[in-house]
Ligand binder design. Structure first.
Ligand SMILES: Cc1ncc(COP(=O)(O)O)c(C=O)c1O
Length: 379
């Protein structure tokens, strides 16, 4: 049996939705993007949602829209995907790496407080694996220090912390619809905010700086004043080609309808894993998965003794079970070598962790096959 690490759950319904966009012969930035943005806004409970071609783009624009002076600092957890940190580099800002908690791998808020200095302008909590960062305490720290809060929600979609959806706690929430995530549009992302002032600039910046998108120009304008001419637009901001397109949005609308079911399936799989490995002495869950409430997890993993982790990975590979590692601390990558902040938890935990297969299409039989293999290896 071959078991994949991640796999998108896409099928006939998504194909039908793409067919519909083909029939309308509008597959770029168009009405489907607007429809998906509205559906996502209602789902998350935020005032504005702007569709992007990735979370990487959303994270970049989340920092770019504030126009922080170059050289200012952004606080980023040491354990995350590289896109959280490159967002700062794209804007000429300096990432400052904050250590993670030993248990949850989320940002360590004591270390956050230690690392804040007057040059810091923003903090980017990452809900790693889908486990929520303590957003109430983080917001208090951020307010006290005048930091903008940009939530990286790439690993969750609909997760709730203390009654409030993740992605609506900070000034901005960024989501990913890349193929491996809780739901997918192939590639895609969403920029979410309640701050009205950010919306017009971000809409222009995702569309090469143009303040009217082609769809609006197509449906709207008369020829009265210069502003109303369909062909007229102004570019006053440096923009990027970051827009979501109607093909992606068509898939997203279907995936969003399926999301509660897919989230529930991943929760059930995690419960099965936890039950299956509970009795093992040398295997522990990666983080304290809490399945009792509103958490939505994208990654399931385990920890083992540091000197045994790679043996277990090899053993599982021999049995055609894919594994992964989320993530090598960013401070170990050559790109970030200049950033010498102390992140001891990230550096020690890194040797113990591995990711196991988790996706909504995984069968109970496949999960049991993985559990059996781990149990056999542990003997
Ligand atoms: C934590 C985190 N942030 C950001 C991203 C970037 O997402 P995208 O691939 O949609 O750009 C990812 C993707 O893996 C991620 O895991």
């Amino acid at each position: 049996m071959k078991v994949r690490l991640f796999q998108p759950s896409v099928g006939q319904e998504e194909l039908n939705a793409i067919q519909e966009a083909f029939n309308d012969a509008w597959i770029g930035l168009g009405p489907k993007v607007t429809e998906f943005e509205n559906a996502w806004r209602n789902f998350i409970g935020c005032r504005h949602a702007v569709g992007m071609n990735s979370a990487t783009a959303a994270l970049h624009l989340a920092l770019a829209v504030y126009r922080f002076p170059r050289g200012k600092k952004v606080l980023i957890p040491a354990v995350t995907f590289v896109a959280t940190a490159t967002a700062a580099l794209y804007c000429g800002l300096q990432p400052v790496f904050v250590d993670v908690r030993e248990d949850t791998l989320g940002m360590d808020l004591d270390d956050l407080e230690r690392k804040i200095d007057p040059d810091c302008v923003a903090v980017m909590p990452v809900h790693l694996c889908g486990h929520p960062v303590e957003m109430d305490r983080l917001l208090a720290i951020a307010h006290k220090n005048s930091l903008k809060v940009i939530e990286d929600c790439a690993h969750t979609a609909g997760g709730i912390y203390k009654g409030k959806t993740l992605g609506t706690w900070g000034n901005i929430g960024c989501f990913s619809f890349e193929e491996k995530k809780c739901m997918t549009t192939g590639d895609g992302g969403m920029f979410c905010t309640d701050d009205e002032e950010l919306v017009a600039p971000v809409r222009a910046m995702r569309w090469v700086g143009i303040d009217k998108d082609t769809w609006k120009r197509n449906v709207g304008y008369t020829c009265e004043g210069i502003e109303d001419r369909h062909w007229y637009y102004e570019i006053s901001l440096l923009g990027y080609k970051y827009n979501m397109n109607d093909l992606a949005a068509s898939i997203g609308l279907v995936q969003l309808r399926k999301l509660p079911e897919m989230n529930a399936r991943r929760t059930a799989i995690i419960a099965r894993y936890l039950d299956g490995i509970e009795h093992l002495e040398h295997i522990r869950p990666l983080i304290p998965y809490d399945l009792s409430g509103g958490n939505v997890y994208h990654i399931f993993g385990v920890r083992t003794d540091a000197n045994n982790r790679d043996n277990l990975m090899r053993y599982l590979k021999q049995h055609e079970i894919s594994t992964g590692l989320h993530y090598t601390p960013l401070t170990l990558h050559p790109l970030f070598r200049a950033h010498k902040e102390a992140v001891p938890n990230a550096l020690s935990v890194y040797h113990q962790i591995m990711t196991l297969p988790l996706h909504a299409a995984l069968t109970d039989q496949e999960v049991d096959y993985v559990i059996d293999a781990i149990c056999r290896w542990s003997k």
